[in-house]
Design a protein around this ligand. Sequence first.
Ligand code: G6P
Length: 373
Amino acid sequence: GAAELGPYRHYMQKEIFEQPRAIGDTLEGIQAVVPELFDGPSDKPGSSAHRVFQEIDSVLILACGTSYYSGCTAKYWLESIAKLPTQVEIASEYRYRDSVPDPKTLVVTITQSGETADTLAALRHAQSLGMTNTLTICNVATSAMVRECKLAYITRAGVEIGVASTKAFTTQLAGLFLLTLALAQAKGRLSGDEEQRHLKAMRHLPAQLSAVLALEPQIISWAEDFALKENALFLGRGLHYPIALEGALKLKEITYIHAEAYAAGELKHGPLALVTSEMPVVTVAPNDTLIEKLKSNMQEVRARGGVLYVLADADSRIESEVGIHVIRMPEHYGPLSPLLHVVPLQLLAYHTACARGTDVDKPRNLAKSVTVE
Ligand code: G6P
């Protein structure tokens, strides 16, 4: 009811603003990264992340929708920090194709609800192929997924009501980052110093997220432009390519604007043909090692008259000019940067939807939890 919404107009907005709290809760009580964090609810005896993490030598992530994009982000972490070969697959594809099972693979399902039919079926398919090392990153401790996986990490998002997932996504990312650290440690690929440095960065996330949420007025002015468009393109590279995908998904889901995301390097292999002055191009531009590459992609867009909306870090040299709108984020946040860069994209979709007068919390044709195929 209205009372629970407090100062917010919709559950989605409330849930976006709950993210500093949700991420703070995730870190509560964690002094060190230990495998026991992934043992799951204490009423599930006999499962031991410690033993499983020693056994496995690769990772297969299975999920749908927004949860799939958190998996895509985690692949970059798992391969760069834990050095574990990682595949990410859409659950509805994996369940029906012939694949080569490997009993030494850790199967990770990611699901807010724990009840998504395709994700559960994909898990059961993997199990039927002999892959018994299963772990879920899930927001509902009592769900079918938690019951059926050997190991579990329960995210601390709290109940999510908006159909378009927001706080569940960032808490999944936090859980997946912890999983990356735990696996890196199990494989002897993480020093105590590195572990503490990563944990410290995680502990500062709530303050960083609050700083990003304070950019809301600037996002509202972008949303006024977007509300008048019928198409939008999102670009990102590396860790932020899945964030561009998630930004485009959010916009599609609740504003009904056609949005596509591309890895920026793919621009010249197709989407550049779509770019005109009517095509807003959102560029997720953290100040990482790929920034110079991304800047030349931005020039390619400008040269065709495309209008850029750039999420730049405080320490990057990208300035607003004609056809380039820049919102300045906090300083570059290293591997955890995706958790910050997704937030303005959530707010952009939200405020564009408000400007278009759509049903933000219950978009047409979509369900919060897809429990039938
Ligand atoms: C639906 C929801 C999405 C969600 C997806 C997967 O499509 O609208 O927000 O990302 O299902 O749901 P899950 O509960 O498995 O994360």
